[in-house]
Design a protein around this ligand. Structure first.
Ligand code: PRT
Ligand code: ZN
Length: 294
């Protein structure tokens, strides 16, 4: 059994940049030659395999790779189609490549609700997920499977409606379509195989997860520094979003002011900064946090 942890990631596409960035920030330190399909990390005993996202569920299910990063939509579609991939365990939801699988129809047409789909044709790249959804809703409709450019299907007369991924909604709008139901939400997941691993591989995964958790936590977290009038310190610290135990220190040469430093675990909006300033806070700095641990 190998001691190297092998991770399948998308070679090129909407998952690739964020997957690579996460693994890079987690200290894997890999340099990929253009065109190379595998790459050994320098920071941890890890090898990356660059593949199409559709192949990731089965590569991990077969144990060719220990881990994979894929969209929830692809994992669910594959699990419905290929029972081998049902055994994959989600180890982390990664918070990127977020999108929603939606039903949409021509803006000018008559389809406004799911029940309007009875007896009609729906184009999709996700026939399994759509099939389950329609069954739950007691709708009998025909799925027309297309691998891409699903949004063009109604204009070509191939289908009456579509079921496709939406993020900004710009593609639907550009094709004169309007969404009317949400089938599922999706984000990138880190999944692991159900096969036997060596102790070294388990140890590497534990180290990797601790680092990933630190990265995910730090993304939502900011460090805030400000000076506050002594009399308003309590009021000002109460306004800091998601801050536990701020550090409050005297300011050299200023008896009337204190320095307040805090880690805020929730987003700091302009409104909050304005409210802080209105209570006398000054020299307010909001800084990103790169890494967190402990
Ligand atoms: O080559 P490979 O098979 O690896 O890649 P792919 O072409 O199958 O997938 P890719 O790279 O396009 O997407 C990979 C994954 O990113 C998907 O499986 C989703 O989990 C996720 N994702 C997030 C998206 C989108 N957002 C998305 N907007 N995948 C596709 N889209 C498409 C959608 O199909 C539609 O055509 O973008 C268009 C809509 O975008 P908006 O912004 O106009 O709404
Ligand atoms: Zn794909």
């Amino acid at each position: 059994m190998s001691d190297i942890l092998r991770i399948a990631v998308q070679k090129k596409g909407r998952l690739a940049t964020d997957s690579n960035r996460l693994l890079d920030e987690a200290g894997l330190g890999f340099f990929r030659n253009p065109g190379a399909l595998t790459c050994r990390a320098r920071g941890l005993p890890v090898e990356l395999l660059f593949v199409r996202d559709d192949d990731i569920p089965s590569l991990v299910a077969k144990g060719v790779c220990n881990l994979g990063i894929a969209g929830e939509n692809v994992l669910r579609e594959e699990a419905l189609e290929n029972p081998d991939t049902q055994e994959l365990q989600t180890v982390r939801a990664l918070g990127f490549s977020r999108c929603t699988l939606k039903l949409a129809a021509p803006k000018e047409g008559k389809i406004r609700t799911v029940s309007d789909l009875q007896g009609l044709k729906i184009a999709t790249s996700y026939p399994q997920i759509l099939g389950v959804y329609l069954k739950e809703k007691n709708i009998q409709a025909k799925c027309v499977t297309l691998k891409g450019a699903v949004e063009i299907a109604p204009a070509l007369g191939l289908a009456d409606a579509i079921c496709d991924l939406v993020s900004s909604g710009a593609t639907l709008a550009a094709n004169g379509l309007c969404d009317f139901a949400r089938v599922m939400k999706s984000e990138a997941l880190l999944v692991r195989s159900n096969t036997r691993w060596s102790a070294a591989q388990e140890t590497t995964l534990a180290r990797l997860l601790r680092r990933i958790d630190g990265i995910i936590a730090s993304r939502a977290t900011k460090y805030i520094m400000l000076n506050a009038p002594k009399s308003a310190v309590d009021e000002i610290t109460a306004l800091l979003p998601g801050a536990d135990a701020p550090t409050i220190m005297p300011l050299a040469g200023r008896d009337d002011q204190m320095a307040v430093h805090a880690v805020c675990r929730e987003e700091i909006f302009w409104d909050t900064l304005e409210a802080l300033e209105a209570r006398g806070a000054n020299a307010i700095l909001v800084l990103p946090i790169e890494k967190m641990m402990g």
